[in-house]
Each structure stands twice: as structure tokens, then as C-alpha cells.
Design a protein around this ligand. Sequence first.
Ligand SMILES: Nc1ncnc2c1ncn2[C@@H]1O[C@H](COP(=O)(O)OP(=O)(O)OP(=O)(O)O)[C@@H](O)[C@H]1O
Length: 133
Amino acid sequence: MNMDLNDNNHFKNRFFFQSVKHALAGIVTVIKAERNMRYHLFISLIVIVLCTFLRISLVEWCIIIGCLSAVLTSEMLNTAIETTVDLATNGQHHILAKRAKDIAAGGVLVTSIGALIIGLIILVPKLLNRLFY
Ligand SMILES: Nc1ncnc2c1ncn2[C@@H]1O[C@H](COP(=O)(O)OP(=O)(O)OP(=O)(O)O)[C@@H](O)[C@H]1O
């Protein structure tokens, strides 16, 4: 095949946008398929509304967005691992399948607890200040 430099660049761009398209499809799939993901999104929305109401600082926004992204990402990775395990085991019970799924779910729990603690540290004092002073 005879491709010059421009063809090659064009191909690379197409590949990038195709990657983004597939990544967006993955996000839509996990939202449709996973109830826990919808819970996480709902809680994220409440946190964002609360943060807007409490007028948190720029640095605090960065920390909160980092925490929300970490929780959503861990849920997506958990779903990817569950899907891969289901593909590999084809519905059969296996101790390693259980181990992989339990560890992945544990990862979501660890991230969620960390995010919850950080959220409480940032938001509770501001909330109390707003409510009582
Ligand atoms: N193939 C398997 N072999 C052995 N144990 C399994 C297998 N599949 C699932 N399990 C066990 O059942 C639990 C629930 O599995 P399931 O695939 O329903 O996850 P889930 O309920 O969708 O998880 P999450 O709540 O994180 O979305 C797993 O955490 C694991 O302990």
C-alpha cells in the first residue's frame, strides 16, 4: 500500500477518534448495565450540587472531582473485571473467579470509603458553618 505522511496522520487521527467513540460506548454500557454505577452517578450529582451551594475553593473542587472520578473509574474497572471473569468462566463456579470478583469489588469499596472520608473532611465544617453561623 502506498501511503504518504499525510495519509498516515489522517489514519492516526481516525484511530484516536475511534478510541474516544469506543470509550464513550463503554461509559454508556456501564451506566445502562450496572445499578451501582447509577448510584455512584446520582451521589456524584448530589455532591456537585452541595459543593456549588457551599462555594468550595478551586483546590477543594480539584480534590472533590478527583475523588468522584476515582470512584466512577473503580466501578468501571470492577465491571470490566466482572465481565472478563464471566467470559472466562462461562457461568461455571471457580474459586479464582470468586477471588478476582471479590478483590475488584473490594477496590471499589476502598476507593468509595476514601472518597467519603475526604468529602466529609471538606464539606462537613462548611455545612455546619452555613447552618449554624
Ligand atoms: N464464576 C464464579 N465463581 C465463583 N464465585 C463467583 C462467580 N461469579 C460470581 N461469584 C461470586 O458472587 C459474587 C457476585 O457476583 P456478580 O457477578 O453477581 O457480581 P455483582 O453482584 O454484579 O457485583 P457488583 O455488586 O460489584 O456489581 C462475586 O463477588 C463472587 O463472590
